[in-house]
Design a protein around this ligand. Structure first.
Ligand code: SF4
Length: 327
């Protein structure tokens, strides 16, 4: 019996497990590529229709001027990236964008603000936006930085469905990327969001100069959360001039695909989002990501401040692959 066949017969049930060890996650990354893809695709189709992709739209409701120092981010005030700080958008402007997103096929509308954490008066405005977007019949998601428990409860009361707060990388590599807050701070916010009853959207970024062991650590941490995030965005670094990571050596696209596949296997019932970085990705790489179990994309020409493939290109790609937006 071949090793691959032997391994397949030991496929664990795809019920979520919360006790993934780093050793197990490392072993998945080390599988021969075809074997890893087979396993990920199998887990994917046991839990989802592999031809369906959830479509989200992301709007920057408050751009730039952020006091944090995330080394990948063009919105950090301390980096000279050409992004100018703007005020929080008006409610009407946000609702106009949300209506347009709905008309072009999005089912979820994500609102991102470049804050370390929201001030209470800003939160009032965001809560009004959440209520308005929800009334249009869209799922709502927000990413506003760190939250207190009370703030998470207020967002929940306004109807927020998802909160995005990424772990970004492994606990060990985190300090090389961000120094203005800790990994523990991130985990605290995730706990507040979960306790408030909001769905969690949490993933990370690869290609930031991390090693394989950091990708292992990131997935093991996400899969070891008390409940898996309902949504797991896996981003490929977008190298933006002026940020400290602008000249990071590019990650092999197959390593990105492997990360998606391992995320799919370790968090079988989560929606795995092929997130930032698609603009620089070939259609073949994106197709491999879908095969590896990615089943969500951001749709629209811009992701906060970085480029994203246009809507027509995305619809053409999905059509070419015989795939369709998830209802
Ligand atoms: S990633 Fe968010 S918190 Fe970090 S600098 Fe950018 S906007 Fe600020």
């Amino acid at each position: 019996m071949s090793l691959a066949h032997d391994q397949r017969t030991h496929l664990s049930s795809t019920l979520p497990r919360y006790d993934w060890t780093r050793e197990e996650v490392r072993a998945l990354f080390a599988l021969p590529f075809p074997e890893l893809m087979f396993r990920a695709a199998q887990v994917h189709r046991e839990n989802f229709d592999p031809t369906e992709v959830q479509i989200s739209t992301l709007l920057s409701i408050k751009t730039g001027g952020c006091p944090e120092d995330c080394a990948y981010c063009p919105q950090a005030a301390r980096y000279d990236t050409g992004v100018t700080a703007e005020k929080l958008m008006s409610l009407d402007a946000v609702l106009t964008e949300a209506a347009a997103a709905k008309a072009s096929g999005a089912s979820r509308f994500c609102m991102g603000a470049a804050w370390r954490s929201p001030k209470d008066r800003d939160l009032d405005n965001v809560c009004a936006m959440v209520e308005g977007v929800k009334a249009l019949g869209l799922e709502t998601c927000a990413t506003l930085g760190m939250l207190t428990g009370d703030q998470a409860v207020r967002l929940k009361q306004s109807g927020l469905d998802y909160y995005n707060h990424n772990l970004d990388t492994s606990p060990e590599y985190y300090g090389a990327i961000i120094t203005t807050r800790t990994y523990g701070d991130r985990l605290d916010t995730l706990e507040h969001v979960r306790a408030a009853g909001i769905n969690v959207c949490c993933g990370g970024i690869v290609g930031m100069g991390e090693g394989l062991e950091d990708r292992v650590g990131m997935i093991a941490t996400l899969a070891g959360l008390p409940v898996h995030p309902e949504s797991v965005p896996i981003n490929m670094l977008v190298q933006v001039e002026g940020t400290p990571l602008a000249v990071t050596p590019r990650l092999d696209p197959l390593d990105f695909v492997r990360t998606i596949a391992v995320a799919r296997i370790c968090m079988p019932t989560s929606v795995v989002r092929l997130s930032a970085g698609r603009e620089d990705m070939s259609e073949e790489t994106q197709a491999l990501c879908f095969l590896a179990g990615a089943n969500s994309i951001f749709y629209g020409p811009k992701l906060l401040t970085t480029p994203n493939p246009g809507r027509d290109r995305d619809m053409a790609l999905l059509g070419n692959l015989g795939m369709r937006p998830m209802e």
